[in-house]
Design a protein around this ligand. Structure first.
Ligand code: NDP
Length: 499
């Protein structure tokens, strides 16, 4: 294989020092669109991870970050946002090469990341806390304080943006950070830390460790010197984080998987419903936690919907993210590709009908990368694994319902509760139905857009806590009540006989 790509040599940042690991084992990072080696990353040892935690702890206690005024921290966040904008094109290109997504998606991610830093720079300067009228001559009030050392563990589907959803509120609140990106996508993670260093955030505030989640992620989750872990990823690893966090009862914020319903009523704007449903499942090649992977369609339009959805799915242009005209990019890794292909086989064996797709794409030079056709299953039942389990790929199942009650029942027939959508032209029905969908991120007559201002929150096994909005900042803060005596003098509670 001839390669023209420059191979990046990534380093970790521990207590202000960029360094490699003493571990000779390294992680070879490849471009999922063409199989080229694009970076070599160190794999931190347990000791090095502990050093990073120690640096974050000492830096937190030193107050160089936690004791800055909100205005000073906000100024840093604004500088980070400006730098992200300045490096926008470079970051987009790296994100596409690392993750496999199309350029248009990476464009949104990087712009949104800058906007997220600006949002929290503003939010941290708005009024907070509370005061209370209490029974005694006492002024009671609440102030907010940082949690301390935060462990940020991030997945590969939105490597830069998911990191920023955690970094912006964590830094705004005055915490220090130990950051572990996913092994398959460490490149823009490293760039984010470089940017933070470039704008002058004091050393030790942000520490980057690279390596396997099952080794160094475990150390972060279990450490008694880490006060909080904010994790996005699979429900299974979420459970492991929770178990590990029990040791020192650290705070946890978990953003996990989903198998989200998208309900289409017969009275919906048909063209809009088909179009949004396509976006709901095939954006990001379906590797999106909130993907609308279960499309639930009213019986009377079911056949018409399937026909049009399949026609449109077949027309999606799958290709390398940097290639002009690509509408759906690569799958992030060979392992994830195999998982998706296995699920497609399971679906066939379970008796579902494959309405379109189902294959790895290898024509037109795609054979070196990891590409899957947009895939649609019909004739499915609730017990099938392809209906119950998160596939995390471009695979939709289309279910059928008779009436509103059955639509809601099917929608909620899942262990997850991350997202959901409803399409109808009846306003009252739309609100009535969406309020009964047990999920935290919902849409009416749309599927997918998300905003820095609003909380990203999972019900049931989709998570604990929230990202984004004021709720996202709350996660990274403790609340402290302060009671100020307005009539200072002895309480007279215990007798004093003068002896
Ligand atoms: P994981 O949950 O395994 O990985 C997410 C992050 O957690 C990575 O940084 C990973 O490290 C780290 N990690 C892994 N094991 C541990 C551990 N024991 N303790 C602490 N951290 C750990 O997701 P995968 O990448 O394996 O993907 C598997 C499935 O998870 C997907 O198919 C999808 O269903 C779901 N998923 C959901 C996401 C979401 O946004 N909700 C995002 C990504 C995946 P590393 O991988 O580098 O070793």
């Amino acid at each position: 294989m001839t390669t023209t790509t420059q191979v990046l040599e990534l380093k970790m940042l521990i207590n202000g020092e960029w360094r490699l690991s003493s571990n000779p084992d390294t992680n070879k990072v490849i471009n999922p669109a063409n199989g080229e080696l694009i970076a070599i990353a160190p794999r931190a040892t347990i000791e090095e991870t502990k050093e990073a935690i120690k640096a974050a702890k000492e830096t937190f206690e030193s107050g160089v970050w936690s004791k800055l005024s909100a205005q000073e921290r906000a100024d840093y966040l604004l500088k980070i946002a400006d730098k992200i904008d300045e490096k926008h094109d470079e970051l987009v290109e790296l994100e596409v090469k690392d993750n496999g997504k199309i350029k248009a998606e990476a464009d949104i991610d990087i712009s949104d990341a800058a906007s997220c830093f600006r949002y929290y720079a503003g939010l941290i300067r708005t009024p907070d806390g509370q005061t209370y009228h209490v029974a005694d001559p006492m002024q009671a009030m609440v102030v907010r304080e940082p949690v301390g050392v935060t462990g940020l563990i991030v997945p590969w589907n939105f490597p830069f943006l998911m990191s920023v959803w955690k970094f912006a509120p964590a830094l705004a609140a005055g915490n220090t950070i130990v950051y572990k990106p996913a092994e398959v996508t460490p490149i823009t993670a490293t760039k984010l830390v470089e940017i933070i260093e470039e704008v002058g955030v004091p050393k030790g505030v942000v520490n980057l460790v690279l390596g396997k989640g099952s080794v160094i992620g475990e150390v972060i989750a279990a450490s008694h010197d880490v006060d909080m872990v904010s994790f996005t990823g699979s429900t299974e690893v979420g459970r492991s984080i929770m178990r590990n966090a029990a040791g020192n009862l650290k705070k946890i914020s978990l953003e996990l998987g989903g198998k989200s319903p998208n309900i289409i009523f017969a009275d919906a704007d048909f063209e809009a419903a088909v179009d949004h449903a396509l976006l709901g499942i095939f954006y990001g090649s379906g590797q999106v936690c909130s993907a609308g992977s279960r499309i639930i369609v009213e019986e009377s339009i079911y056949n018409q919907f399937v026909k049009e959805f399949v026609r449109r799915a077949k027309n999606i242009k799958v290709g390398p993210g940097l290639e002009e005209g690509s509408e759906m990019g690569a799958i992030v890794s060979e392992a994830q590709l195999n998982t998706i292909l296995e699920y497609i086989e399971i679906g066939k064996k379970e008796g579902a009908t494959l309405a379109c797709g189902g294959n790895r794409l290898t024509e037109n030079g795609l054979d070196k990368g990891f590409f899957v056709e947009p895939t649609v299953f019909i004739d499915v039942s609730s017990e099938m694994r392809i209906v119950k389990e998160e596939i995390f790929g471009p695979v939709a199942v289309i279910q059928k319902f008779k009436d509103e009650e059955e639509a809601i029942k099917l929608a909620n027939d899942t262990i997850y509760g991350l997202a959901g959508g409803v399409f109808t032209s009846d306003g009252a029905k739309a609100l009535r139905v969406i309020k009964q969908v047990r999920a935290g991120i919902t849409w009416i007559n749309a599927y997918g857009p998300t905003y820095n201002e609003a909380p990203w929150h999972g019900y049931k096994q989709s998570g604990i806590g929230s990202s984004l909005g004021t709720f996202g900042l709350d996660e990274f803060q403790e609340v402290k009540q302060i009671n100020i005596n307005l009539a200072v003098g002895p309480t007279g509670w215990f007798s004093d006989n003068g002896k």
